[in-house]
Design a protein around this ligand. Structure first.
Ligand SMILES: [Zn+2]
Length: 321
């Protein structure tokens, strides 16, 4: 496999390198598009997986310090692509084995069922992945503020006096997940305005360029699922609950109670607020990794998270079709 979950520090450069290798290996099945540049000039990449005429969108790496999800999501794209690419060959091998009644094919049969499901998913949908929306924040959190090459931006970040490992923001010190136009959004200071950040604009452009049937934004910590949207109708939330329950079942994560959707005094402007309020379609936030985990997040969470969320895309596609 191209993406190695045991790799040491997973830099933005390594991420780009893996993305390019995957695009080459799975030509047509995976297509990459640059959807914008961060403020410190790093490309923001969209990976399109599948051949379907319908779309849904998955993002992660909105907050810099949440460093587990980007590599896990990329590894899962490869997992789905690999199953799709080998499906027909595997099916032929299994079919010939099934003709021989003396051969027991238990686990192989289960694998083939999964293969059929993923094959059909990627025939129906093209999944739009933005695994690393905030590459500047990601690199700050992994390696420190000298990763910001623009001196003015670096000074601005340093002036916030936050340890680099705890860094949630982008390369201009803005929390992208409070920057999306939405009903609850309020300015946090006199210079604050909605969609001021390149990363925000990049994701909004994906939402508008493809008519996504649903959206999931992966964050960390808490092993929980935010499904409830206070600003949306009961009917909308009933559907969200059905989806949330299913995703809870396959991940083992908890559903967050409606009253806990937004903390008292929070200014709103999350990715999921924008998507739900503009398109009225399902939008959920999934928090990976234990609630008690500290930053920097341990690399051991990569494999655990991979196993927990592996089937989320498959399940989500089935639920929103
Ligand atoms: Zn987050």
């Amino acid at each position: 496999m191209i993406v190695d979950l045991n790799e040491g520090l997973y830099s933005y450069e390594k991420y780009l390198d893996d993305v390019k290798k995957m695009e080459k290996k799975y030509e047509d099945l995976i297509k990459c598009v640059t959807i914008g540049q961060s403020h410190d000039n790093r490309d923001i990449i969209l990976l399109k997986l599948g051949y379907g005429r319908r779309y849904f969108t998955i993002s992660s790496g909105v907050h810099g310090r949440e460093t587990i999800n980007p590599i896990v999501i990329l590894a899962l794209i490869e997992y789905y692509a690999d199953i799709y690419a080998n499906y027909k060959e595997q099916k032929a091998i299994l079919s010939s084995k099934l003709k021989d009644f003396n051969v027991h094919v238990g686990p192989e049969y289960d694998e083939m069922i999964l293969g059929v499901c993923i094959y059909e998913l990627l025939q129906t949908f093209t999944i739009l992945f933005v695994p690393l929306l905030n590459p500047d924040g990601y690199m700050i959190s992994l390696k420190g503020f000298d990763q910001i090459r623009d001196e003015k931006l670096r000074e601005k970040c340093l002036s916030k006096n936050i340890p680099h490992r705890e860094w949630k923001y982008n390369g201009r010190g803005v929390d992208i997940n409070r920057n999306f136009p939405s009903r609850l959004w309020r300015p946090k200071n006199s210079e604050d305005y909605v969609a001021s950040e390149n990363e925000t604009i990049a994701l909004i452009s994906v939402f508008h360029d493809y008519k996504s049937k649903g959206f999931i934004d992966f964050h960390s910590r808490g092993k929980s699922i935010y499904y409830y949207r206070k600003e949306m109708s009961n009917q909308y939330n009933e559907r969200q609950l059905i989806i949330g329950e299913k995703l809870k079942e396959i991940t083992g994560y908890e559903l967050v109670q409606p009253q806990e959707e937004i903390e008292e005094g929070d200014t709103g402007g999350n990715t999921v607020h924008y998507f739900s309020e503009h398109f009225f379609r399902p939008a959920l936030t999934i928090e990976t990794v234990d609630d008690e985990a500290t930053f920097p997040l341990e690399q051991g969470y990569r494999q655990i998270t991979y196993d927990e969320i592996k089937l989320v895309f498959l399940q989500f596609g089935g639920l929103i079709i």
